[in-house]
Design a protein around this ligand. Structure first.
Ligand code: FAD
Length: 413
């Protein structure tokens, strides 16, 4: 016998679950909603962990998805510091770490992602940090307060954003990364060079085409040694080496997984088990705007919007998730990038505006078809980019020339 029964079980205490709860209520769900999350904090906006919250400019409560009283007002039960330890997809039952068994009618699986850990010599020394949670941000903020030199491992979003925040706090930030240019894996070498210069101009040192070899120190980290032979003084280290979707529970429940490591879903975000949906970082869904390709995106806006789509489908509305994935990244108060796509591969880049003027949209095309657009200071062009990505038709030479011309009207393309 289960200990209790709920109408809607939301597994994971992040953004996707939170926004699903919100939309279930906004769309008139009357049944019981239980949100189970293993972190001590209520659902919050994780991006602040590398930005305002890390720099001490924002209070903890300001990062919360909604104020604490909102959950009770909405009659959504929050069960924090609690994990779902097993899921029986057929019988629709879940076991919790508090030993309770919960029966449900529908469930959302939104377990997010875990940081990729680097197992090198010295990795257990003190003041080597990863960043995923508010608790991690607290620990980094404390470490940075006492540090002069902070080394970032990885030149992608976390490495760049944390380097910017630390530099803004007046500390010396040094990035070590495999890439030649920061952020080049997602955006290519030209845009990568632009972002790297932006960081360097603000005092960040970047060592590309190198790799972490080991950490040295007695109790706490003192030096970072790289494969290329660098010995970098480090009072603290933050590792941003990517994340892996947390599909442990999905695997245990026998749900179908996808090629990108996530939980395979259809365009309605339904998993292979009836009544169970997925959203956010783990969700590998059939994207109709990408011609039915399965995509999985680890970004805020996608988790947010998928929470809504999942809620609508939990309520039987039968709607496809057709948002063009959007993401952003912020370099302290020096600027912000925005991107729609994603382009997993491209054979042409077209720049509209200029890197030198710090106002550009970089378009990524494959066989003449717009796959993605990255903008810095030209956000107004994102709507046209969304339309062109959805359109999926090849642009001719004249259209590609117009794409590059800031005086041409993108609506005409
Ligand atoms: C430091 C940082 C900065 C970021 N900045 C940006 C940014 O600038 N722009 C952007 O677009 N995106 C950014 N992101 C990414 C964005 O925050 C994520 O894509 C988004 O939070 C994903 O939401 P989610 O709900 O899928 O997963 P998560 O936010 O990871 O939430 C999942 C939750 O489920 C919990 N959980 C897992 N398994 C269980 C279980 N079995 N039982 C109970 N609970 C469980 C986890 O502990 C976690 O709390 C950033 C991420 C980080 C870490």
């Amino acid at each position: 016998m289960p200990d209790r029964k709920v109408d809607h079980l939301l597994i994971g205490g992040g953004l996707a679950s939170a926004n699903c709860a919100r939309w279930l209520r906004e769309e008139g769900a009357r049944g019981s909603i239980l949100l189970v999350g293993r972190e001590p904090d209520p659902p919050y906006n994780r991006p602040e962990c590398s930005k305002g919250y890390l720099r001490g400019e924002e209070e903890r409560e300001e990062t919360f998805f909604r104020p604490n009283e909102w959950w009770a007002e909405q009659d959504v039960e929050l069960l924090l510091r609690t994990s779902v330890t097993a899921l029986d997809a057929e019988r629709r039952k879940a076991k919790l770490s508090n030993k309770q068994e919960v029966e449900f009618d529908t469930a959302l699986l939104a377990t997010g992602a875990n940081v990729r850990r680097l197992n090198v010599d010295g990795c257990h020394l003190e003041q080597i940090h990863y960043l995923r949670t508010l608790g991690n941000a607290d620990a980094i903020r404390e470490a940075v307060a006492d540090a002069e030199h902070v080394v970032l491992i990885g030149g992608s979003y976390i490495g760049c954003e944390v380097a910017a925040s630390i530099s803004k706090l007046g500390k010396r930030a040094t990035i070590v990364m495999q890439e030649q240019q920061t952020l080049e894996r997602g955006f290519g070498a030209s845009a990568g060079t632009f972002f790297q210069r932006l960081l360097e101009e603000h005092g960040v040192t970047v060592h590309g085409e190198d790799e972490l070899e080991r950490f040295e120190g007695s109790e706490r980290v003192e030096r970072v040694i790289t494969r290329g032979g660098l010995e970098l003084v480090a009072d603290a280290v933050v590792i941003g080496a990517g994340v892996t979707p947390d599909v442990q529970l999905a695997k245990q429940a026998g749900l179908e997984l996808g090629e990108r490591g996530g939980v395979r879903c259809d365009s309605r975000l339904a998993t292979s088990a009836a009544g169970i949906f997925a959203a956010g970082d783990i969700c590998e869904y059939e994207s109709l705007v990408h011609g039915g390709a399965h995509v999985r995106i680890e970004h805020w806006d996608v988790a947010f919007n998928q929470g809504k789509t999942a809620a609508l489908n939990i309520l039987g509305r039968d709607v496809a998730h057709t948002e063009v994935p959007y993401f952003y990244s912020v370099f302290a108060d020096w600027g912000e990038l925005e991107y729609v796509g994603p382009a997993y591969a491209w054979d042409e880049e077209v720049v509209r505006g200029s890197f030198a003027d710090r106002a550009f949209t970089n378009w990524y095309l494959q066989d003449g078809v717009v796959k993605a657009a990255l903008t810095f200071g030209r956000s107004d062009e994102l709507d046209a980019a969304r339309r062109l990505i959805t359109q999926r038709t090849a642009l001719d030479q004249a259209q590609r020339t117009a794409l590059a011309d800031v005086d041409s009207d993108l609506q005409q393309l």
